[in-house]
Design a protein around this ligand. Structure first.
Ligand SMILES: [Zn+2]
Length: 159
C-alpha cells in the first residue's frame, strides 16, 4: 500500500497501522505513545482533532487484544473525551473502530465541533472521505490540524 500522508510523507508499506506505530515515521501527526498504544492524528484525513488509536503490535481482531491493552484503551478513550471537551469545548464526539481480516485494528475518535458540517455521527466518515482532498490542501485547515495536535500533546504529556 502506497500513500502520501496529510503531511506529505511518502509511505510504502504492507500495514499503515504498523507505520503509524513506528516512532521514526509520521512524527508530525503523533500525539502520544505508550508501550501498548499509539495516538495520532489521522494520516489520511486532515480533520482537526481526529484521533486514531492503534495498538503498538499488529492485532487484527478485537478479541486478540490483551487485557492490558483493553484496560489502557479504556483509560485513553476517557482521556480523549476530556481533552476534546477542553480543547474544542465540544460535547458531541463520534467513535468507531475498524477491524478487517489481517488489517491493523484501530479506533477513531472525531470531535463534532462544527468546523466542518457533519450531519450525524453515523455519516461522519463518509462525509470526511468526500472532503479528504480539500481538507489537506486547505492551508487554514492544516493550521487548525497542527494546532489541535499541539493542544492534544500538551494534554497528554500530563496524564
Ligand atoms: Zn500492522
Amino acid at each position: 500500500m502506497k500513500f502520501t500522508t496529510i503531511f506529505n510523507e511518502e509511505i510504502d508499506t504492507p500495514c499503515a497501522g504498523c507505520v503509524v506505530a513506528d516512532s521514526t515515521k509520521f512524527r508530525e501527526g503523533r500525539i502520544y505513545q505508550s508501550k501498548l498504544w499509539d495516538l495520532s492524528q489521522d494520516f489520511e484525513i486532515a480533520y482537526p482533532g481526529m484521533i486514531v488509536l492503534s495498538p503498538m503490535r499488529h492485532v487484527s481482531n478485537y478479541m486478540d487484544l490483551s487485557e492490558d491493552e483493553l484496560n489502557e484503551l479504556k483509560i485513553l478513550t476517557c482521556h480523549c473525551k476530556i481533552a476534546i471537551k477542553k480543547i474544542f469545548h465540544c460535547e458531541k464526539i463520534a467513535y468507531m473502530f475498524y477491524e478487517k481480516p489481517d488489517g491493523h485494528i484501530h479506533f477513531i475518535i472525531i470531535p463534532l465541533h462544527g468546523l466542518i458540517e457533519i450531519k450525524d455521527k453515523y455519516s461522519v466518515l463518509g462525509e470526511l472521505m468526500v472532503k479528504a482532498n480539500n481538507l489537506r490542501t486547505d492551508k487554514e485547515n492544516m493550521v487548525r490540524v497542527s494546532q489541535a495536535i499541539d493542544d492534544y500533546r500538551e494534554y497528554f504529556i500530563n496524564i
